[in-house]
Design a binder for this molecule. Structure first.
Ligand SMILES: Cc1cc2nc3c(=O)[nH]c(=O)nc-3n(C[C@H](O)[C@H](O)[C@H](O)COP(=O)(O)O)c2cc1C
Length: 203
């Protein structure tokens, strides 16, 4: 009888320790990621490799992230590039980057302090994010201290280019992770790649 009691007690102890470990692990990972936000810029219209698109490549990735990770969104919006053909846009973007311009964007995010994890994404333009994203970076340079910042890009060959380094430089107090990139022409059929990446981060 006492042998049976010992076996039951041992089985219960094993079960409890496994489930407690499971809960602890989940709670821990939730605690680390907390509430998530995706900040992104994306240009709809005439673009390289995908033609004239109604929804920008990066916006599609941002939407996947929101759906999978339950993240809120803040889209950096400017109408400066509306309706531009690809070649003039390339030239304008190069000029902006050369001069370090900080074009204004519309609207503003009210409370960044509520977020623990901030995804930052955009297209690669001339080797880094578009200048309008740097306007956001400058405005919020002190607002991401202690937060986890996860950069991502869409691109046509440059990968992450200089984006992770530039985010690190813009937010010195943040914990900037290694980043994710995907070809712009792949995003429409690439939800599984985004899912895999987020799963690897524990989302
Ligand atoms: C002005 C401009 C500059 C670009 N520069 C690069 C670049 O340096 N490297 C690269 O791989 N792709 C470059 N591209 C391609 C974009 O990064 C790519 O098409 C991206 O997916 C566009 O995302 P979006 O639709 O969200 O704006 C550039 C595109 C534009 C319009």
């Amino acid at each position: 009888m006492s042998k049976i009691r010992t076996i039951i007690a041992a089985t219960l102890a094993l079960f409890l320790s496994v489930s407690c470990n499971g809960v602890e692990k989940n709670e821990k990972s939730m605690e680390n990621k907390g509430k998530a936000l995706v900040v992104f810029f994306s240009h709809a219209g005439d673009n390289y490799a995908v033609g004239n698109i109604e929804v920008g490549n990066t916006k599609i990735v941002a939407d996947y992230i929101s759906e999978i990770a339950g993240a809120d969104q803040f889209e950096i919006v400017t109408h400066k590039y509306d309706g531009m053909a690809y070649t003039p846009l390339i030239n304008l973007a190069q000029e902006e980057a050369r001069k370090g311009e900080l074009p204004p964007y519309e609207g503003e995010i009210t409370d960044l302090s509520q977020y623990d994890t901030v995804f930052i994404g955009g297209p690669v333009w001339w080797g880094t994010y578009p200048q309008v994203m740097f306007t956001f970076f400058k405005k919020h340079e002190n607002d991401l201290k202690g937060k986890t910042v996860i950069p991502f890009t869409t691109h046509e060959g440059s990968g992450l280019a200089n984006c992770v380094e530039d985010v690190k430089e813009a937010f010195p107090g943040a914990n900037v992770t290694k980043g994710f990139s995907i070809y712009g022409h792949d995003v429409r059929s690439g939800k599984n790649k985004v899912e895999k990446w987020l799963k690897g981060l524990g989302f």
